[in-house]
Ligand binder design. Structure first.
Ligand code: HEM
Length: 505
């Protein structure tokens, strides 16, 4: 017998007892809930609806939120556990800023990623988080880090990304653009964070073990969150079986590989090394006197946060541009006006139309579809929703991008012009309007706003401008791709495209 089957046999009778108890207890009468909330029964809460919709949670939550006058719903889970999901900007501001201290990530969240990320910035609260945040924020505002990052970006685009796409043109085959962009982003984030080059864009070589291990570890850790009963993954971890065994092996590879890089870096710093070796985050964290394990956790958090997010956003934008040629033309106009043959760091600031396109793509397809906190104490959200200590409180960028109340009747349209007060005209430099980060919390907002936001826009504008000015991208299939929300969302099956050289700019 397979071990997961054995686990099922242990849990099945327990679940059965709970169900029988709960059905006979109140003879299947649901508790009174607002019409927008899913039906909830004593003890088992909404677990039946949750299980039924588990494969389409995004759509289920979005539909329920549209029915809710306050754009907030409460899903009752087993044993009185509750998840509050909100798409209401005022609530989001309350959770992420006004009453920030009452909404830490909390143990239930940090446990999910704790084996992989330890106490790294992405996975910690309180003092542990704030000391790392201070150090990282300081480094991220340093001009030297921005220049170092841009140099890495320039090299990676000119010497790797463009040659890879050029050879796809020469061969005339198809490429999975999502995979190419993922490998590109992994190279960039490793060079910035570790000062180490995994060289993933060499498609002739197998993907390095560290990259594979990161993929496995991120996916299995994220899937823990979709288990309706957390005891399932905890028991599997205790018994070291199934997916939890694969997770343990992957985490071991990640930790060992990163520790090896840290030891090599320490050695090179001790003997003086090359100055360019000292620009990366790892060197900066080591120089600030942090211990090896805490530096390891910090840099793993950065790699985790920065690796698939930009590639996901760019993949969806490239797909959307294939459906909206007029928008693509306007990006080309913008790039042409700035300097198509070599975009410089300062030029990127002027690419406001391209930035609007990226924001619009992320409004519809946010790289982080949802994000949760856990209430430290009872509270009341601005829309009147009662929060109990321990409740999971989720703000939901994917649903928010689809709310008529937030974005108007045309929310479904890909319309970069909505990011400007006035329609941008050719010849004039369009100015982006200011949009509340609580209405568009794609990078989160408040004290924990994404630390890599500016770095991400720099990267995405540079890639989009450099690629579109040289190549035409034609998707192989015309069907609407499926958005899969794991820790970072991705396009199911990738974005398979044919690449053509662009005739003239
Ligand atoms: C389009 C690209 C990106 C998006 C949409 C994005 C989005 C987010 C979101 C939603 C969070 C909050 C997650 C949470 O607290 O659970 C976050 C945090 C974070 N991001 Fe990003 N991110 C992007 C790119 C990057 C890049 C390129 C880096 C750096 C290399 C980065 C570094 C971080 C870090 C370190 C945090 C943790 C901040 C903290 O907890 O104080 N991100 N990001």
């Amino acid at each position: 017998m397979e071990m997961p089957d054995a686990l099922f046999l242990i849990l099945f009778p327990i679940l059965g007892l709970i169900l029988i108890f709960s059905f006979s207890y109140k003879t299947l009468k649901p508790k009174t809930t607002p019409p927008s909330d899913p039906a909830s029964y004593p003890l088992i809460g909404s677990i039946l609806s949750f299980k039924k919709n588990r494969h389409r949670l995004l759509q289920w939550y979005t539909d329920l939120l549209r029915l809710s006058p306050a754009q907030t719903i409460t899903v009752n889970l087993l044993f009185g556990r509750r998840t509050i999901i909100t798409a209401n900007p005022e609530n989001v501001e309350h959770i992420l800023k006004t009453n920030f201290c009452n909404f830490p990530k909390g143990k239930p969240f940090t446990e999910l990623l704790g084996d992989l990320l330890g106490g790294g910035i992405f996975n910690s609260d309180g003092e542990l988080w704030s000391s790392q945040r201070k150090l990282a924020s300081h480094e991220f505002t340093m001009r030297s880090l921005r220049e170092f990052t841009f140099e890495i970006l320039r090299e990676e685009v000119q010497n790797r990304l463009i040659p890879v796409l050029s050879s796809a043109v020469d061969v005339g085959g198809t490429v999975d653009l999502q995979e190419v962009l993922k490998r590109f982003a992994f190279d960039v984030v490793c060079k910035v964070s570790l000062g180490w080059d995994p060289d993933c864009l060499d498609l002739t070589r197998p993907v390095p073990d560290l990259v594979k291990a990161f993929d496995v570890a991120a996916e299995i850790s994220a899937r823990r969150a979709t288990e309706p009963i957390y005891a399932v993954w905890k028991l599997k971890r205790l018994l070291n079986i199934g997916s939890e065994r694969r997770l343990r092996e992957a985490i071991m590879t990640v930790h060992e590989s990163v520790s090896e890089i840290i030891r090599a870096k320490k050695k090179s710093l001790d003997i003086g090394g090359d100055v360019s070796d000292k620009q990366d985050l790892l060197s900066r964290f080591l120089a600030s006197g942090h211990g090896e394990e805490s530096v390891r956790d910090s840099v793993i958090s950065f790699i985790m946060a920065g690796r698939d997010t930009t590639s996901a956003a760019m993949t969806w934008l490239f797909w959307l541009l294939c459906q909206n040629n007029d928008v693509e033309k306007k990006i080309l106009e913008e790039v042409k006006g700035i300097g198509s043959l070599g975009l410089g760091f300062e030029d990127l600031r002027e690419m406001s139309y391209t930035k609007a396109c990226l924001c619009e793509a992320m409004r519809l397809y946010p790289p982080v579809a949802w994000d949760s906190k856990h209430a430290a104490n009872d509270d009341v959200l601005p829309d009147g929703t009662l929060v109990r200590k321990g409740d999971k409180v989720t703000y939901f960028p994917y649903g928010m991008g689809r709310m008529e109340k937030v974005w108007g009747q045309d929310w479904e349209e890909f319309k970069p012009n909505r990011w400007f007060d006035e329609e941008p005209n050719y010849g004039t430099k369009p100015v982006l309007k200011s949009v509340s980060s609580f209405k568009f919390p794609v990078f989160q907002a408040g004290p924990r706003v994404c630390i890599g936001k500016e770095m991400a826009f720099t990267q995405m504008k540079y890639v989009v401008g450099s690629v579109l000015s040289r190549f035409e991208i034609v998707p192989v299939r015309n069907n609407r791709p499926v958005f899969v929300p794991l820790l970072t969302a991705y396009m199911a099956g990738g974005l398979n495209v044919k690449i053509k050289r662009r005739e003239q700019m």
